[in-house]
Design a protein. Sequence first.
Length: 233
Amino acid sequence: MAKFGKKYQDALKLIEADKFYAPKEAVELVKKTSVTKFDSTVEVAFKLGVNPKYADQQVRGALVLPHGTGKSKSVLVFAKGAKVQEAEAAGADYVGGEELVAKIQGGWTDFEVCVATPDMMGVVGRLGKILGPKGLMPNPKVGTVTMDVTRAINEIKAGKIEYRTDKAGNVQAPIGKASFTEQQLLENYITLVDTLIKVKPSGAKGQYIKSITVSTTMGPGVKIDVLKANSDK
């Protein structure tokens, strides 16, 4: 059985084990129950009533949180011609083509998001076995395969996050840092929930959102009442 430290045990005492909290109460609690010395990431985990093995029940996409995530991600862009200068001007951390393919094939993946223009996907496709398992493969569904590299980079730097169901139908995504105000966390959370509701697959039957838990890095989970899932109260 796992043993937890004193800070975790003290934080756990603040949460009623069998209670499902309204979103506003939950973000208030999650700030109080942060147990790390560093600025913890606040994450939300959803259990969805979908079966991702069916194509019409997969949930995947991206959105820009109104208050960002509290972290600026490093961005690599595959581009050529004028798009190289455009990506550099927009603030991409790494920009290139074949030379980046060789570098990644050599084991380098020191970036967090990969963007590519459509005309570079033939080149990027050779990296599928490397980038795919790491969740780094550019995908038009989340806006990372695009000719508008400036917009893509700006959105990522501003706090764009990706979400997708795992094999069990769970979605986990960050909504900010423990240092954020309660209002900032709440607004980011509601934006995420509203997005997930809008992209509900047509093939999903029965209850769509089955459970919601919010927590900080290494902190205890706070359960949210799914009947009040997108309430600002």
